[in-house]
Design a protein around this ligand. Structure first.
Ligand code: URA
Length: 238
């Protein structure tokens, strides 16, 4: 959460007082004077001291194993959403999903109340890698691996950054592969394979940055991030 928002919520600070607190160096994050009101902080990761008082944040972070058929949105007239998968006791009006998976894609979705974290994780300059398990209706070849590593060009002319394709099992009518990309264009994985004349028939996201989909997280379920998982995201709190 933005540092000035935490201060305002907990200390009921007026704008003028807020400015003064920052100017006078009375806002400390991890024992260092912080001058940026927009700084993203979480008391689970940082010690937040303001004029001698320690402040706490109440952000929520859930790792969700999205099933096929569920949409990555907050509201949908027709389909169940990732937010609907969260139990009433864990709901919060500020919850949203960081990045989109297609309705027919399964796997890891981070759902949080921390808006700034999502912005940082998705910003192209941050190059956060996403890993997918892919099933394709065709033979995936070493030539595909080279083409992905060079940079696939979509039929419309857009070129992707180099991507790391690993063939797990290749057959003429069905291949299994894993793919790591460092960007998030619309339908990117499906379009990359289409550019090679192959169709993705199953797609599952297994990792995003340091976050890895746990083997024991059943499809359709979720849990809070562990302290270790949250620490892994600490570089994205700016
Ligand atoms: N690429 C896709 O084509 N679909 C997804 O859901 C995610 C990445």
């Amino acid at each position: 959460m933005r540092l000035d928002k935490v201060i305002e919520q907990q200390l009921n600070t007026s704008r003028k007082e807020m400015k003064r607190l920052f100017q006078q160096g009375k806002v400390l994050v991890d024992q260092r004077i912080e001058r940026r009101p927009e700084r993203n902080v979480d008391s689970a990761l940082h010690q937040i001291m303001v004029a001698g008082r320690q402040l706490e944040t109440q952000e929520r972070y859930y790792i969700v194993n999205k099933p096929n058929g569920v949409v990555t949105a907050n509201l949908d007239q027709q389909h169940q959403t990732v937010i609907d998968l969260i139990a009433p006791r864990d709901q919060h009006p500020d919850l949203y999903a960081v990045g989109r998976l297609d309705r027919d894609t399964e796997g890891l979705v981070l759902v949080t109340t921390n808006g700034q974290l999502g912005y940082d994780l998705l910003h192209p300059s941050k190059k956060v890698t996403k890993r997918y398990e892919v099933v394709v209706n065709d033979l995936v070849t070493p030539e595909d691996v080279v083409a992905f590593a060079t940079g696939i060009t979509f039929h419309g002319g857009v070129t992707c950054k180099p991507a790391d394709l690993t063939i797990i099992d290749a057959r003429v009518d069905r291949s299994f592969a894993s793919l790591e990309i460092a960007e998030g264009k619309f339908h990117q994985v499906k379009k990359m394979f289409l550019a090679r004349g192959k169709k993705v028939i199953q797609l599952k996201r297994t990792a995003m940055g340091s976050l890895v989909l746990p083997d024991d997280l059943a499809v359709g379920s979720y849990r809070s991030l562990t302290q270790e998982e949250l620490k892994g995201l600490a570089a994205h709190f700016r």
